[in-house]
Each structure stands twice: as structure tokens, then as C-alpha cells.
Design a protein around this ligand. Structure first.
Ligand code: 5GP
Ligand code: MN
Length: 337
């Protein structure tokens, strides 16, 4: 394993690269993947981005989206497997544990390709041959910028790469408001603006892209499904598969629900539980010292960052809700002020 060395030296002569990221990619996952693809192609490598699932339509504007292979697409899986088998190098971006690849996981593990990990999530597994890993980085897109800078390749950073990187940094910092928004984050954003990124456009494409139906869905959730527990400084939301169906919910439609719960006065932890059919997918957000990474890891097979994590449950939605409620009295960080 090497870290801090030259990625270009590690890659060597032009090579066959597959770039992948976590299940249900967000803007940082997809933005870092597409930016890395564009950069590596400028260096002469052959690249293909393969995602373990689909991703929200509000990311379809990203340059390179049209070439992405979704592993779950029945007509594309053969091609994806062929590319994974023949790759010399596989880049793993914006995840640090292989279970985040879902059905793609065994294929990554079986592959003889050299692995590159570029990530900022806690609790990394050791599976990569080359790592750029920094849990203090606000976004994987920040790490891609730093790599290009370290390689003296910022002249290759064009507006298209810049827009992808800006999108990842903007979303993972909650539009530059979370505690991960460092001086360096702002300096990188400034560099991206200098290279032509239209920040207003990127923000609108991602956040002002709601369907009318999604707004009605959100209205229902906030009015009828939001539960606040002042004694535990916690707010949570459950979403049934019937509700997903009734509002014709598309991938990405439930993103951001958790932030409304966290925005309530006095709330220090917010949880959203969504019945996805095969499992209950959970999202956790917190403030200050409330460590939802640990909570998600210890109780819900998940993890992420201290103040933003995900997890899952194979119980029913009602049982998962009851389990959460039963755990709150023991989660002392919620009660300490
Ligand atoms: P979100 O709630 O937006 O899906 O995820 C919040 C953060 O936790 C993101 O950084 C995401 O990558 C990470 N995350 C989401 N689900 C999981 C999971 O099941 N396991 C781990 N280790 N991280 C997750
Ligand atoms: Mn990220």
C-alpha cells in the first residue's frame, strides 16, 4: 500500500481503468468519478465509470453521465463484468468498505486489477494498493483536486471537471455550512470558479430540480410523518413502501428529508428510515459531538462520518422504529449538552 506518492507514477503507461463508487451515488460519488475519468483520459488512459446502481436524475447534467454503466441495468451487466475482469486498475471512489458496492462487491474482490482508493469515510478496510485517504477532507472531490494539484496538472482542470468537483464539494459540505467547510474548501471553490464553474447553475441543477410530486411527497412527510422526541433531542421520519409508491418516488426523491428533521430547534440527531422492500435504508444526521457514525456502525450495519451516516435494517419498518426508540436511552451523547 502506498499513500502520498504519485498517482501518475503508480499508474505508469496508458492502462485500462474502471472507476466505481458506492451504491446509489450522490453528487460527491458521481462527481469525483466523472472528474477522475476526464482527468485520466487526458493523461491517455482508457476509462469506464461503472456505478453499482442508478443515481438521481438531478445528477444527469454531469458531463460524462451519458457514458456511465449502471451495473443493475440488465442489458449492461455483461459488459460491466467484462470491463471489470479486463481492467488493469480499479478506482474506488467515495467509499471505504467494499460492502457499499452491494452486488458488485464479489466482482471487485475477485478481480486481479490493482486497486486505488480515494475516500474520506471513517473505518476504512485495507483492500487497496494505492490510497489517497483523508477523513478530514470535506469531500472525495476535494481529494481529486488535491491529486491534480500535487501532480502539477491543474492546467488540465477544465470547466467540466470543475463543475463535477464543485458539485461534490457543495453537497458534502451542505452548501458550505457544515463543520467540514475549511479554509481549504473555500480556496478550492475559488480555484474552480476561476476555471469557469458557474456555481449558481450547479446549485440550481442540484437543488432546484424538484418535481411537483416530490414537493407533495415532502409536504406529506413533514406534516404527517415527522416525529420529534424533545427528551432525546431527536427527530425521525419513517417512509413506507406504500408512500414511496403513492408519490411515484424516484431515486433521489427522499434525499434531504433528514435535513428538515435536523433543522428543528433543540434537535441534535435526525433519522430517516425508508422501506426499500429488501431492507430498511437509514440515514442519520447529527450536530456537534453526537457521533452517528458509531451509532450506525454499532446498531445498523452502517457508518459514514461523525455527523452524517447511513445504515440498514432487515427487520420491518415498525420493528426498526421500535429498535431505534429502544436504543435512544442508552445513547448518552444525546443527553449531554
Ligand atoms: P446518506 O444518509 O446521505 O445516504 O449517507 C450519509 C453518509 O453516510 C454518506 O457519506 C454515505 O456515503 C454514508 N453511508 C450511507 N449509507 C451507508 C452504509 O450503509 N454504510 C456506510 N459505511 N456508510 C454509509
Ligand atoms: Mn463524499
Amino acid at each position: 500500500m502506498s499513500s502520498g506518492n504519485s498517482l501518475k507514477a503508480f499508474l505508469g503507461s496508458p492502462t485500462q481503468v474502471v472507476i466505481t463508487t458506492h451504491h446509489k451515488p450522490d453528487a460527491d460519488a458521481l462527481g469525483s468519478s466523472l472528474a477522475m475519468q476526464a482527468y485520466l483520459e487526458k493523461l491517455g488512459h482508457s476509462c469506464q465509470v461503472i456505478t453499482p446502481s442508478d443515481y438521481p436524475s438531478f445528477l444527469h447534467w454531469m458531463p460524462g453521465h451519458e457514458r456511465v454503466i449502471d451495473f443493475t441495468h440488465p442489458k449492461k451487466q455483461e459488459e460491466a463484468l467484462r470491463l471489470i475482469r479486463s481492467a488493469d486498475v480499479i478506482f474506488c471512489l467515495d467509499f471505504s468498505r467494499t460492502d457499499r458496492l452491494y452486488d458488485m462487491e464479489p466482482h471487485l474482490i475477485e478481480s486481479k486489477a490493482r486497486k486505488v482508493l480515494i475516500d474520506h469515510h471513517l473505518d476504512k478496510q485495507d483492500f487497496a494498493d494505492f490510497e489517497v485517504y483523508d477523513v478530514k477532507a470535506a469531500a472525495t472531490c476535494e481529494l481529486i483536486f488535491r491529486i491534480m494539484q500535487r501532480e502539477n496538472d491543474l492546467d488540465l482542470l477544465d470547466t467540466e471537471i470543475g463543475s463535477c468537483l464543485y458539485a461534490g464539494i457543495m453537497t458534502d459540505t451542505g452548501s458550505f455550512r457544515h463543520s467540514n467547510t475549511t479554509v481549504e474548501v473555500h480556496l478550492i471553490a475559488a480555484e474552480l470558479i476561476k476555471r469557469g464553474v458557474n456555481t449558481t447553475r450547479v446549485h440550481r441543477l442540484i437543488y432546484d430540480n424538484n418535481t411537483e410530486e416530490r414537493m407533495h411527497f415532502l409536504g406529506h412527510i413533514l406534516r404527517d410523518k415527522l416525529k420529534v422526541l424533545p427528551g432525546y433531542a431527536t427527530a425521525y421520519i419513517t417512509v413506507s413502501s406504500g408512500e414511496l409508491h403513492r408519490y411515484h418516488s424516484q431515486t433521489g426523491d427522499t434525499e434531504g428529508f433528514v435535513n428538515y428533521a435536523l433543522s428543528i430547534q433543540g434537535v441534535r440527531m435526525a433519522v430517516v428510515m425508508i422501506d426499500r422492500g429488501d431492507m430498511i435504508k437509514m440515514s442519520f444526521r447529527s450536530v456537534d459531538g453526537v457521533n452517528v457514525n458509531r451509532f450506525a456502525r454499532e446498531h445498523f450495519q452502517g457508518g459514514g462520518h461523525q455527523n452524517a451516516a447511513g445504515g440498514k435494517s432487515i427487520q420491518t419498518l415498525e420493528q426498526t422504529e421500535q429498535r431505534l426508540l429502544s436504543l435512544l436511552p442508552g445513547f448518552s451523547e444525546l443527553l449531554v449538552r
